[in-house]
Design a protein around this ligand. Structure first.
Ligand code: PEP
Ligand code: MN
Length: 341
């Protein structure tokens, strides 16, 4: 049910005008006349009323306010699906008791470097290998990734280590090739509202990790998830990776309050990427601990065997030793909050 509040002084004609509009949409009404204001309770499946239609009702001069009770994201909402969604990635569940850890370089740089990092993160305790083959770089002159050659390197690393892989897709035309090599498709922060791309991964039969946009609200982020789900792909996880604020001392502001809030609003698994969230390697471990304490289902962390030589994001990459230490740390926090890592 939605609620429409009329302005003080609205007449019976004004009320009738709105009631007729609602009836034309197949909706019923429950009218409550107070001393000051009349309130219309809208009865029926208001999830079918679009935001544009809702805003058109706001344009009626006698209307003071329209309150939406049903969330505009339906498939992603906790109301639609009460139980937590657990996504099974080739036998590895994301969203269950065990906290999964996706670790690896920012970019797939070369076969040798990636195979080395893959072995290092596996022995440190990672459960997924991450690495970008298509890189969304701010500058067109920066390293852009190896493309399909990078995907092949990831596939070889999976074969050697047994770790399933996650990698980013930036263009709807590459969804097919990325799905062929990767176990999870990543949508980067810069593409969170690339609607054509969202619809394309919605057609894919692969789990999707949807990163939060640089300045996206929780609602915009959930609506982006809804785009993917609306095409039939319900295996979506949300990744908090920091948002733009006035603060420049850290690369972004890691919004850990998003984690428990998302747990209320949606049934989808929640992932936290402290690496992009803070942008500094020596702040990653404490924020990884905090993410687990806040209820994250998985972490995504950048690791490099030689951060000084990394082609991107060396300043926020953990060396393998520190990554192994992080794993020990999050195991302690996980057990304190009834989880495993
Ligand atoms: C990444 O994971 O390598 C990346 C580019 O992250 P984001 O989209 O969050 O900036
Ligand atoms: Mn990166």
């Amino acid at each position: 049910m939605d609620i429409i509040v009329l302005k003080p002084g609205a007449t019976d004609d004004d009320l009738q005008h709105i009631v007729e509009k609602l009836q034309k949409k197949g909706l019923g009404v429950h009218i409550s006349k107070g001393t000051e204001r009349t309130i219309i309770g809208v009865i029926g499946d208001t999830s079918r009323v679009s935001e544009d239609e809702e805003n058109a009702i706001r344009a009626v001069p006698s209307v003071e306010n329209v309150m939406r009770i049903i969330k505009p994201y339906r498939l992603a909402s906790r109301e639609f699906h009460v139980e937590d969604t657990v996504i099974d990635v080739g036998g590895t569940p994301i969203g269950g008791k065990k906290i999964q850890v996706m670790a690896g370089p920012c970019a797939v740089e070369s076969r040798e470097v990636v195979l080395g990092i893959a072995e290092a993160v596996r022995s440190g305790g990672a459960t997924f290998l991450r690495g970008g083959a298509f890189k969304p770089r701010t500058s067109p002159y920066s390293f852009q990734g190896l493309g399909e050659e990078g995907l092949k390197i990831l596939a070889e690393a999976r074969e050697r280590t047994g770790l399933p892989v996650i990698t980013e897709v930036m263009d709807p035309r590459d969804v097919e090739v990325v799905s062929r090599y990767s176990d999870i498709i990543q949508i980067g922060a810069r593409n969170m509202q690339n609607f054509r791309l969202l619809l394309e991964v919605g057609e894919a039969r692969k789990p999707v990790l949807l990163k939060r946009g640089l300045s996206a609200t929780i609602k915009e982020w959930l609506m982006a998830a809804e785009y993917i789900m609306s095409r039939g792909n319900h295996e979506v996880m949300l990744c908090e990776r920091g948002i733009r604020t006035f603060e420049t001392a850290t690369r972004n502001t890691l919004d850990l309050s998003a984690v428990p809030l998302l747990k209320q609003l949606t049934h989808l698994p929640v992932v936290v990427d402290p690496s992009h969230g803070v942008g500094k390697w020596d702040l990653v471990v404490p924020m990884a601990r905090a993410a687990v304490a806040a209820g994250a289902d998985a972490l995504m962390v950048e690791v490099h065997t030689n951060p000084e030589e990394a082609l991107s994001d060396g300043e926020q990459s953990l060396k393998p030793d520190l990554f192994a230490f992080m794993m020990e740390e999050i195991r302690k926090v996980a057990s304190a909050v009834g989880r495993e890592a």
